[in-house]
Every structure is written in C-alpha cells, then in structure tokens.
Design a protein around this ligand. Structure first.
Ligand code: ITT
Length: 183
C-alpha cells in the first residue's frame, strides 16, 4: 500500500522515495495540517500525522516530517521555526548572522510521524555538522550552509545525503520498524 507523504516540500519526498525504493511507493500529498506550537518536534509531527490520517480518509498510511536546523551558538535557533526563518530571513542571511560566532557547530533534526488505522509511531534522526558559507546547488533549504566531512549537503546527491542525514537516519529506523511489523 502506498504511503502518502503529507508535505509541501518536494525535497523531503525525493529523499523518502529514494530511501524507501523497493519498500513502499511514496506519494506526495499536500494537505495543510495544523502545526501546533511546541518545542517538541515529535509533538508537532504526531499531531499533524494523526490529523492528516483522520481528515484525508482512506486506509492508506500517512507520513509527516517535522524538523529543522539548530545552530548551537544561537541557542538552537531557528529550530522548530526553521521554515519561517527560511521564508523571512533566508539561508544566506542566517549564515551572515552566525558567521561571527566562534562555535560553528549545527545540527539538523527531524521527526517522522507515521499514522495508519493502528495508531502513530515516531522516528527521530539527527546529524551534526559545521555551518559554512553557502556552497552547492543540490538538496534544498539549509543544505548549502551545512557541511559534513568537508562537503555541504547541497554538494551531495540524494543517496549520499540519505546515507548520513537526519532524514536518512529517521527513514532507516522507520524502514526497520515497518519491515518487522509486516513480518
Ligand atoms: P512541510 O511542513 O510542508 O513538510 P516545510 O519545508 O515547511 O514543509 P518544516 O515545517 O519541517 O518543512 O520545516 C523545516 C525547515 O527546515 C524548512 O525550512 C526546510 O527547508 C528545512 N529543512 C528540513 N530538512 C532539511 C534538509 O534535509 N536540508 C535542508 N533544509 C532542511
């Protein structure tokens, strides 16, 4: 049964599709679920997945992905507000804001929430990197300013990014759980 990935972000879908190839087909579905205000990504994703599954009808499971970029020197900013900051401040200006800091450590975190008729499960993934001046044309969002092992995420192809990224790690946990559940 296809999994409906509820998101307006095609980059997330591309990565999930590549990772889950051979496991389940992934369809993008745009539905504006309620994003509750919370510091907990798991709470935001769980609420969204439950609501989407209930409202959309059909038995097909849904997946919601909520996450963001956490800059250590800025107390974790923009964190859960990453989408808003990307739209307002922008990636280049976030870099300029943080580049004066001595500590350039950053994290990407994400929580995938999966909902079907049996309930909701969450899977978390995180990766640490270094904030750098923008490089690369691939990926999406903050990828050009996130460096891991000398390469920005925007300089990697989808499979290379999936092998180490926050989303790849969350998808790995999901795929393992999904396979065991079906067994
Ligand atoms: P949906 O809510 O519709 O899924 P969104 O892009 O608004 O799409 P979020 O609310 O989860 O997603 O916001 C996450 C923010 O963090 C957003 O600005 C993304 O571009 C960024 N982000 C998330 N994962 C990323 C990744 O792997 N690489 C670069 N930026 C990422």
């Amino acid at each position: 049964m296809a999994i409906r990935f509820v998101t307006g972000n095609e980059g997330k879908v591309r990565e999930a599709r590549a990772y889950l190839e051979g496991v389940e087909p992934v369809e993008q579905l745009e539905y504006d679920y309620t994003e509750v205000q919370s510091d907990s990504l798991a709470a935001i994703a769980t609420y969204g997945a439950r609501e989407a599954f209930a409202e959309l009808g059909s038995d097909e499971p849904v997946l919601v992905d909520d996450g963001g970029l956490f800059v250590d020197a800025l107390g974790g900013f923009p964190g859960p507000y990453s989408a808003y900051v990307e739209d307002t401040v922008g990636v280049e200006r976030l870099w300029r804001l943080a580049k004066g800091e001595e500590n350039r450590r950053v994290h990407f975190r994400t929580v995938l929430a999966y909902a079907d008729g049996d309930g909701t499960e969450t899977f978390e993934g995180a990766v640490a990197g270094t904030l750098v001046a923008p490089r690369g044309d691939g990926g999406f969002g903050y990828d050009p300013i996130f460096e891991y092992n000398g390469q920005t995420f925007a300089e990697m192809n989808t499979d290379e990014k999936n092998a180490i990224s926050h989303r790849g790690r969350a998808l790995a946990k999901f795929a393992e759980w999904y396979a065991e559940r079906d067994a």
